[in-house]
Design a protein around this ligand. Sequence first.
Ligand SMILES: CC(C)(COP(=O)(O)OP(=O)(O)OC[C@H]1O[C@@H](n2cnc3c(N)ncnc32)[C@H](O)[C@@H]1OP(=O)(O)O)[C@@H](O)C(=O)NCCC(=O)NCCSC(=O)C(=O)O
Length: 405
Amino acid sequence: MAGIGPLSGYKVLDFTQFESGTVCTETLAWLGAEVWKVERPVKGELGRYSVEEPSVDAVGFVILNMNKESITCNLKDPEGLRLIRKLVEQVDVVVENMGPGSMDKLGLGYEDCKKLNEKIVYAQIKGFGTDGPYAEYPAFNPIAAAVGGMPAVTGQPGEMPVQSGLNIADSGAGYMCALSVIAALLQKEKQGIGQKIEVAMQDVVIGFGRSNWEPYYRTGKPPKRVGNGMPLEDVAPAGMYACKPYGENDYVHIYCSRHPGSKQFENLCNVIGRSDLIEDTRFKTPRSRYLYKDILNPIIEGWTREHTKQDAMDILCRADIPAGAVFDCDDITKDEYLRRRGTMVEIEHSKRGKLVIPGFAPRMSENHVEYRLSPELGSYSEKVFKEYAGLSDEDYEALKAKHII
Ligand SMILES: CC(C)(COP(=O)(O)OP(=O)(O)OC[C@H]1O[C@@H](n2cnc3c(N)ncnc32)[C@H](O)[C@@H]1OP(=O)(O)O)[C@@H](O)C(=O)NCCC(=O)NCCSC(=O)C(=O)O
């Protein structure tokens, strides 16, 4: 079922698992491509498995595999492989994020697929570049984050490096991969060529950290961990301030610009009823405010503690002071605006009931994403194998009985 959307008409053969690759193919599916997710017979993709409820797809799987179709095939069986190779001939795109070398071993590497379909766009995600010393290394999100420089700049000063609570390496690699697939499809249209796309999660994380090279070159040293501050030790206020009713996530982050001419700190002083601080020599420049931050921060927090995080954010932002309440999953799920906007999408799962989960972030005037639940394991096998791989009813049933499909 091709969706309506900019990529409608394109077919993607999807060998992705867990988060990084699945984000890529889900993005393509949301944009209208027809995505056939190839899974192991019986068990399916490992990400389907839910530890607490093994008979029901994990919520994580549902979140990462919307708008796709599932076909099952044992890729290590010669007959299964033959069928999949027939599909390779007919699709526009292959995406995979198996361990290093797995696709080549199966006979489904880029060179194999190119022989079957010269103009194939073949995208792969690995933890590391395939041309270097780490080519054979496996990688989950925190591994790629570590070698991409993320924990080195995250955490409290003088304490151990800390991982981000967001899977930036995974989802970031998925988005970058989708972006390059779309670019490659445009190039194919213009120049009539296919290509191989290689996304290394390490490279993607390094890109997310690009602003750290500013302090690196300015000081000649790797930027230190600064907790909730900014990597340059010359800006304040920049941090978290406690709010009512003082729960785990009752904080607002306030960050005033360090750029000359900015009125944000002045505005902040006025809003918190401390206009006297504007002329105080200790707080005249971002750098001096940084040096006296241990005096300044409790004054600001004296004000935030009188407000909820939401009120603090609203009051401050309306006075042109950048401030963000610390929203957690519960806040975001219950936020009616985000639901209305489509940032959070409500879907009905036959076994789990109503789920409210993140959708496609951009809004496009000519593309409205129609969300569909992640597929049941193998729900599209029959259609695809009969229509595109030429299986007769008899052969289909025989292969199914042998768990090859
Ligand atoms: C994530 C991994 C570390 C997981 O490693 P593993 O659990 O060892 O899985 P692998 O992918 O290496 O191996 C899977 C094996 O299953 C086989 N396989 C897969 N599908 C099939 C089907 N349909 N039929 C038969 N066999 C199959 C495949 O050929 C491999 O066999 P053999 O070749 O014979 O072993 C690795 O896949 C990896 O480094 N991927 C690239 C980087 C990446 O995308 N990482 C982010 C994941 S998301 C993430 O971090 C997160 O969600 O958290």
